[in-house]
Design a protein around this ligand. Structure first.
Ligand code: NAD
Ligand code: DAU
Length: 335
């Protein structure tokens, strides 16, 4: 039986990954999920598996070395999702990004080195490369992160690599593009716009709306991580993406059409500071190993929009209180 330590497993991608593992491997895996339950951590994401005999939740912080000394030793595989993940928040208050994304990764890597973990997956991001107007970044391209978020992720990405070079820790680093799917906190573009549209609220478009992201369905990302746990080479970086590049205006149009809402909901707001124009990754390296995404953009977007429409209970309670205050203070507008 393979033992996994999943960090940040109560968040968007981590919780989908836990579902993925349990659905695919059943009782062949044992999973411990350690999560600090920040505003983005949500145990509703794991309600259906909370009592599974081979799954355990631990409320804790990856910066807590004593706790990591307890949780890391039994694990064969550590998958580090835990992070502060929202670019806009990193612009307003970078502190927690430095703490969790860099120092937290360091604490985990130290424990993994001490206890001889067999695989350490560092979930990095395509944002570490920065923006690219033409072509796509390869894994060997230099990193030019532009926000405190992506700079903190780049720090952890390279720190993980250094643990391979210096100590021989079997590290694999993934750099995935923008994910979409169920259980994404409604501050990110797609869940924010879908839930706002469902409530007939405005959709705040930054700048000219022509920034481009490559959208991948979250389960394809989970599948790629699982694939790399078995097939990825130690010390290597792998880009992950689907090749579905869309402007933010394209995404907005799809959401409005799918929900039958008017274009008048679109509102133009000042641009994000340091807003990266386009992200694009070359995924030839992982494809050469035999991996490819299993979902089409059209079908997965439709099912994602349907999920938010049918699961109001999940997001309605998130769009109140502290979250609303954050928006009022940072953007001088209501949602
Ligand atoms: P998320 O914000 O939804 O989830 C992050 C989780 O980490 C939350 O459950 C939170 O409670 C937990 N967490 C935060 N600080 C912690 C700490 N100190 N100790 C333990 N847990 C802590 O983020 P996400 O979108 O699911 O992203 C997961 C990972 O994937 C991140 O590392 C992110 O950088 C990376 N990534 C995200 C995307 C994307 O499109 N969302 C794309 C590529 C890479
Ligand atoms: O590329 C991978 C990254 O994708 C991950 O590493 C990050 O964790 C994840 O948050 C995401 O970062 P982005 O900044 O690309 O995602 P976000 O959903 O915040 O924004 C997507 C695009 O939409 C971006 O160009 C900004 C724009 N946008 C976003 C919001 C929230 C708007 O126009 N209006 C909005 O209200």
């Amino acid at each position: 039986m393979k033992q996994y330590l999943v960090t940040g497993g109560a968040g968007f991608i981590g919780s989908n990954f836990i579902h993925y593992l349990l659905a695919k491997y059943g009782s062949e895996v044992r999973i411990v999920n350690v999560d600090k339950l920040t505003y983005a951590g949500n145990l509703d994401n794991l309600k259906d598996v909370a009592n599974a005999p081979n799954y355990r939740f631990v409320h804790g912080d990856i910066c807590d070395a004593r706790l990591m000394d307890e949780l890391v030793p039994p694990a064969d595989v550590v998958v580090n999702f835990a992070a502060e993940s929202h670019v806009d928040r990193s612009i307003g208050a970078p502190d927690d990004f430095i703490k969790t994304d860099i120092y937290g990764a360091f604490v985990l890597l130290e424990a993994a080195r001490k206890y001889g973990v067999k695989k350490f997956i560092q979930i990095s991001t395509d944002e570490v490369y920065g923006s690219i107007l033409d072509g796509s970044f390869k894994e060997s391209d230099r990193l030019e992160p532009s926000s405190p978020y992506s700079a903190s992720k780049a720090g952890a990405d390279r720190l993980a690599f250094s643990y391979f070079v210096t100590y021989g820790l079997p590290v694999v680093i993934t750099r995935c593009s923008n994910n979409y799917g169920p259980c994404q906190f409604p501050e990110k573009l797609i869940p924010l716009f879908v839930t706002n549209a469902l409530e007939d609220k405005s959709l705040p478009i930054y700048g000219d709306g022509k920034n481009v992201r490559d959208w991948i369905y979250v389960m394809d990302h989970c599948d790629a991580i699982d694939f790399l746990i078995s097939h990825g080479d130690d010390g290597q970086v792998y880009n992950i993406g689907s090749g579905n590049e869309r402007t933010n205006l394209d995404i907005t149009g799809i959401i409005l059409r799918e929900l039958g809402k008017p274009e008048s909901l679109m509102t133009w707001v000042p641009d994000r500071l340091g807003h990266d124009r386009r992200y694009s990754v070359d995924t030839a390296k992982i494809r050469a190993l035999g991996w490819k995404p299993g979902h089409t953009f059209e079908e997965a977007m439709t099912s994602t929009i349907r999920w938010y429409r049918e699961n109001k209970w999940w997001w309605e309670k998130l769009k109140t209180g502290e979250y609303l205050e954050f928006y009022k203070q940072n953007y001088k507008r209501d949602l």
